[in-house]
Design a binder for this molecule. Sequence first.
Ligand SMILES: [Zn+2]
Length: 371
Amino acid sequence: MADTVHPLLPPTVPLLHRTGVAGTADVQVGGTGSDDGLLVSPGGDELATLLRGLDGRRTQRAFLAEAGRAGHDPTVLTAVLDGLRSTGLLVDLDPADLLASDAGPAAAARTRSELPTATGRGSGARWRARRASAVLVDGATRVGVPLAALLAASGVGRVSVRDDGLTTAGDAVVGGLGAEDEGRPRVLAAGDAVRRASPLTDLRPLAPGSSTDLVVLTRPQAASDPVAADLHRRGVRHLVATVRGETGVVGPLVVPGATGCLRCADLHRRDADPRWPHLALQLSTGDALPSGATVTCLATAVTAAVQVLALLDGTGAPLTLGTTVELRPPDLLPRTRRWPAHPDCGCVPAPTGGSDPSSSGIPADRGTMVP
Ligand SMILES: [Zn+2]
């Protein structure tokens, strides 16, 4: 391990004093819940104070040098840090992650809670990637606004919400638009909701045609929305996150050219029911009323946020690539449906030299599509 890493022991990791069998003063680091812990023997107050100082702002080299001047053995301390790393309790920040954080003590306090999850072992500069990302939430709905707030609070640098309607009483939801917003333009009220969660997030609307990392479609009938077709044409990645009826729906996440698109899903529905296009047209006519119980909307927003962060962080193929996750009351237990590219759509080039599902970016073991 290079000594230029910036080790962080999250302040929430408990440091507990205990007495060893031989009467030594020991320190137990973590290990009180489902996480692994590390017992350091002998330990004591001084060691606990030193470990508490691992705030990610100094290099390991600087930390060890300072500890050495205070009379500690750098070799022993290095072994302790390595032990903490192997348990996953200690994370190494990339200096760029720190530079990418907002300045000021309040922003630093907010970031402190987010960094341990956003910066895993061997993950590189995930936080920096989030801070540099721009996400557009299309629809200030009971899912869209809490989702925008979640993304901003999780470190996404630029979050804009697009909606040209006025807030109604039914739009109010925990973490989203409020009862006091009734009658205000939804886009302004959504900006306030995001700002409450993360005051320094860039909320400026994206200029038409400017690049965005992802668009989240939060209106109930997003699949038949011309917005989706336009996004696909422009090669913009997009994710559905909405409530249809009482069921939360997250996905599919569409990567144009690599996964099936929303039209593919529509064609699969048509195969299952030839009258589907006629029904879909009726469903997409007129403004949809706010729907979904609060718990369904928030569970949908959280599930979507996890997918968005997985995509932005680049930590692996998000579950919703070519797949929907449905959250149906009352238990809201996730159920997945796969939506492969439809042969009549032509949005994904036909595979050559065999059918390797991984080449489309969709993991092969996601079950089958049940329209
Ligand atoms: Zn398609």
